[in-house]
Design a binder for this molecule. Structure first.
Ligand SMILES: [Zn+2]
Length: 321
């Protein structure tokens, strides 16, 4: 496992590069790390179908075409800074208020292109040719802010996060020791790990950790019926679950406290999930040892009638039995 990566300064974009056809995608992706350019795939042009035609009348034409096109196919990519530069709208909106200032755009109208060509003379290799100069200074600080982190850097951050680093620590660690450059100058995008970079990767890890099924209700059911029950939780899914999202759960130690409590409080928290009108009810009791409030049962619903939550509380009978 990688514990650090050495950041090498960017090198100029090669004008012409020959690599095996199998490694084309990997090579194109590697420009981000090596040359500070991200290529966006645009199209693939095929010549082989034309050449395969054997129609007698067309044979001569085909031969002519084959001579004209020494390629079998090519793929075309454009610079990620291609596209129209967005001009800030100076007009005023309907109410005479100035329109919101648009987000800074990376579009610079760059016309640079990468063409990956497979020639009939050498079908196992692909030749990468860059066309037209970039209209921005590759690798400059201004340019780097629009470039993504390299895949290696992302993988390293992910490893660090999985090891249980807190987000802030990860950023710190990345900057301090993991990305070593030959000098103290900023020479590579991977030396500038932003909070958003870490946040995005963290979100992916988190989602993978709690999403059990693409359907949110199926996901909740799996969590309650399989995982929590295995941990000896008391779980409850209301008959109206498909429309009201009503479900509840009580851990084994919470159940023990709940059973011995004589006085309880009901606490409601809004906006704990993106279900519309969802409320998380928590039954809170005074903890016999600490004397402070302690949650002992959790119930979620978007039904404000209290009917599903009433059913949930009634179902505690099985706990008390
Ligand atoms: Zn460009």
């Amino acid at each position: 496992m990688n514990t650090s990566i050495i950041v090498e300064p960017y090198t100029p974009i090669p004008n012409r590069l020959t690599v095996p056809v199998d490694s084309l995608d990997e090579t194109v992706a590697s420009y981000v790390k090596k040359h500070a350019v991200r290529w966006i795939y645009k199209r693939r042009v095929e010549y082989s179908s034309e050449a395969a035609r054997t129609d007698e009348d067309q044979q001569q034409n085909t031969r002519k075409r084959q001579r004209l096109h020494p390629e079998i196919w090519y793929k075309e990519y454009t610079c990620h800074m291609a596209g129209e530069k967005r001009i800030r709208d100076q007009d005023t909106g309907k109410n005479g208020k100035p329109k919101e200032i648009q987000k800074k755009s990376k579009k610079q109208g760059c016309l640079a292109k990468l063409k990956a060509i497979v020639y009939k003379a050498d079908p196992t290799n692909v030749v990468l040719i860059t066309e037209t100069e970039q209209n921005h200074i590759i690798g400059s600080l201004e340019d780097l802010q629009y470039l993504p982190l390299s895949d290696d850097a992302k993988a390293l951050i992910e490893t660090r996060l999985r090891e249980g680093y807190r987000k802030r620590e990860t950023r710190f660690a990345n900057q301090q020791s993991n990305f070593r450059a030959p000098s103290s100058l900023i020479v590579h995008r991977d030396q500038m790990v932003h909070a958003e970079d870490v946040q995005n990767i963290y979100k992916k890890i988190q989602e993978a950790a709690y999403i059990r099924h693409p359907n949110v209700q199926e996901s909740i059911k799996i969590w309650l019926n399989e995982e929590l029950q295995e941990m000896r939780f008391y779980t409850y899914i209301d008959a109206s679950f498909s429309t009201t999202f009503s479900f509840g759960f009580v851990s084994p130690w919470q159940a023990r406290l709940l059973v011995v409590s004589t006085c309880i409080c009901l606490d409601a928290t809004h906006c704990v999930a993106n279900v519309e009108n969802g409320i998380l009810y928590t039954i809170v009791v005074r903890h016999p040892l600490t004397g402070t409030g302690c949650p002992v049962a959790n119930f979620y619903t978007n039904d404000h009638s209290m009917v599903p939550s009433g059913t949930f509380y009634c179902s505690f009978e099985t706990l008390l039995a």
